[in-house]
Design a protein around this ligand. Sequence first.
Ligand code: ADP
Ligand code: ZN
Length: 619
Amino acid sequence: MAVKKEDPKRSQARLIGNVLLLIGAGLLAINIFLPNLFAPPMARVPYSLFVHEIEEGHVARVYIGQDQITYQLRGVSPEIPGDVISTTPIFDLNLPERLEKSGVEFAAAPVQKTGWFGTLLSWVIPPLIFVGIFQLFSRNGGGAPGGLQIGKSKAKVYVEGEATKTLFGDVAGVDEAKQELQEIVQFLKTPEKYTKIGAKIPKGVLLVGPPGTGKTLLAKAVAGEAGVPFFSISGSEFVELFVGVGSSRVRDLFEQAKKQSPCIIFIDELDAIGKARSSGGMYGGNDEREQTLNQLLTEMDGFGVDGTTVIVLAATNRPETLDQALLRPGRFDRQVLVDRPDKSGRLEILKIHAAKVTLDKSVDLETIATRTSGFAGADLANLVNEAALLAARAGRETVLLEDFAEAVERVVAGLEKKSRVLNENEKRIVAYHEVGHALVGALNSSSGKVEKISIVPRGMAALGYTLQLPTEDRFLLSKEEIEAQIATLLGGRSAEEIIFGSITTGASNDLQRATELADKMVTSYGMSAVLGPLAYQKQQNQFLGGMEMARNVSPATSEAIDKEIKSIVENAHTKALAILNNNRELLESISEKLLETEVIEGDYLTGLLAQVKPVEVNA
Ligand code: ADP
Ligand code: ZN
């Protein structure tokens, strides 16, 4: 998240605001009448739109003046009040009735006083009161800017040389991402080098990864390394209730940025604007988001031709929800994965953050790295801070290992609610499960070479994973090869059975995929001797969104199909169990190693898996 630096003017304003609050709620009630006396750039909309907003129930309150109607939209929450907008009144006798019907608060705007005193008051008091409102609005919201500024981009600019100068050295555990972004730094530093020979500089890079893994930090570091200004804005800030505001903000942001070329624009939570457009179709879509998205696309297509170098970095943890138009060449056509760190990555991150606190000699960061599997960078930063707080609370000068132990528990308790962090026992199970896949997979070369085993939780779905990459493109698979794939899928569960004697819920996805493959063998590929070379696919119902319906076969055939599928899966299960029993020592030694390092890959893994002994199964 972007660090919001409070400028001195604003904190001064806060002080005055506080005083004002003391003056009382009465004054605040009047405040709301006054924005129209001084608010500088208030959006002005046609009267018809105003009426539309009322009918849609978007309007919270209305002040009707002689030559101006000012109204405030309903806020998203008490912390984020709605925008204040004005319109020019027309002769509309139905207005009060309309307002009443929609339950909108309304009042007449105050009459402007004249005379020197009144003039003075209208110059001095309103700004003060404005601050008061602002203060009131942002009191619980941690400084969420009030909705009173419309159209102007809220992007914060970090110019090189400011205190917040971030470099690649401040980011750890994401070496691949750093390497890929190194090139972007070069583009920003010496754009001429590339444009001179006619190369096009990429415009958009998408940073994909779970929250807190350092995407914002990386974007800042790119700016810091290249020594260019950094504009940052969050996708959710773009999306306002009021149509047209988001797109004008995008336009404004790019205008500001182009003036400072070369520079970086960072858009956090891109999915908030970039969601696929069809997704809201049934409910009439979201005009505002669509307009904002279109504006973003237009801006990205537009720049670069005029010799400016603006690179847009955007972060998301849900790339699959993004509109395809965003991912086309010339837009966000590069993706950089920023994943949770493995153990050595966590150690590096801990080193960075621990350098800011005074550690006791007894503290071994490696031990802490081992115990924080599944933590993202932000969790580790939080952990170090928690530990330091605990030490300070106990009146100690240095942070002890036990502070970290307690802090880990606190952070884990917080995380368990949000995402998955495995306890020791679960980690063991996942390790054996994954090694089970790998050992069975090692004997099944048709589906590829096992490249990597990991028990670092990835994304939201998998607790661990075994990566098997095809060594060549395959279009045809034999019956034996599919059977071997099913056995590999069952390898995880089989290992759990052998080692722990019990099974967990972790294998459900494996079982589903295994069953689907077996189903295809029987009903689509004609690979079952019992049912013969016939196709028995399920019917798709085009009205229920392609939902699968029952097969169009007799009950007896249906039963036979189920029996065949079951027998294929069971045979594969027996085979997987046999392989693992035959290689039990290897299963244990690799699993223990995996628990230690969390990731095993490359030649080392190949060497280990070469030791797997095949079994002759005559099932
Ligand atoms: P994201 O944008 O991916 O949600 P942030 O960049 O906002 O994550 O991370 C929040 C904070 O967590 C950072 O300011 C930094 O202190 C810490 N942090 C996160 N990832 C890393 C990392 N890879 N290396 C060092 N610190 C990190
Ligand atoms: Zn599995």
